[in-house]
Design a protein around this ligand. Structure first.
Ligand code: PRP
Length: 182
């Protein structure tokens, strides 16, 4: 691929992603087969992972999406999470499984989980392709983790740098000159 030229190193390759999704699919099928959950993707990064994962989920489910952004407050350093696009279905009494590309600070999920619990979801759990525990600002451990990565900035398979590289079919490190040129 042409966009490969901007990648310094692969962090999670295509074959590893296939293996991870196969394993997570089996775990989730075991745990959710009688629960008829709502699989909720957090846009935009969830798209490749959620799309591949759902084909390995052998149980009835519905899907929905939310778009959530974080805003960093100037002097106070506070972080606000804003729901840019809400789920368009009720979650009351339903099991919810959130699909994420990455859990970093944990702030996005903390806000979404609190909201869905407040609305009466029966359970809210998270499946994430990547977990970056060293980035945590909020104590949180996702129930289903594809792979744990160190505190590095990665792109691809849903993850972006300034909106680009989401379509890369694997997860990698950008070459430093890509940042330096911007
Ligand atoms: C990324 C990612 C998660 C969130 C994780 O989304 O997809 O939703 O950040 O970070 P956190 O654990 O520190 O909250 P982003 O806000 O970059 O939006 P995007 O998916 O549209 O790129």
């Amino acid at each position: 691929m042409m966009i490969d030229n901007d990648i310094e190193k692969t962090i999670v390759g295509r074959e590893e992603i296939v293996e991870i999704i196969d394993r997570l699919g089996k775990e989730l099928t075991r745990d959710y087969k009688d629960k008829y959950p709502i699989l909720v993707g957090i846009l935009k990064g969830c798209i490749p992972f959620m799309s591949d994962l759902m084909k390995h989920l052998d149980f009835h489910l519905e899907i929905g999406y939310m778009d959530v952004s974080s805003y960093f407050g100037g002097l106070t350093g506070a972080v606000d999470v804003k729901i840019e696009m809400d789920l368009n279905m009720p979650v009351k009494g339903r099991h919810v499984l959130i699909a994420e590309d990455i859990v970093d600070s944990g702030r996005t999920l903390h806000a979404v989980i609190k909201l869905l619990e407040h609305r009466g979801a029966k359970s809210v759990k998270v499946v994430t392709l990547l977990d970056k525990p060293e980035g945590r600002k909020i104590d949180y451990v996702p129930a289903y983790i594809g792979v744990t990565i160190p505190k590095v900035f990665v792109v691809g398979y849903g993850l972006d740098y300034e909106g680009r590289y989401r379509n890369l079919p694997y997860v990698g490190l950008l070459k430093p000159e890509i940042y330096e040129n911007d």
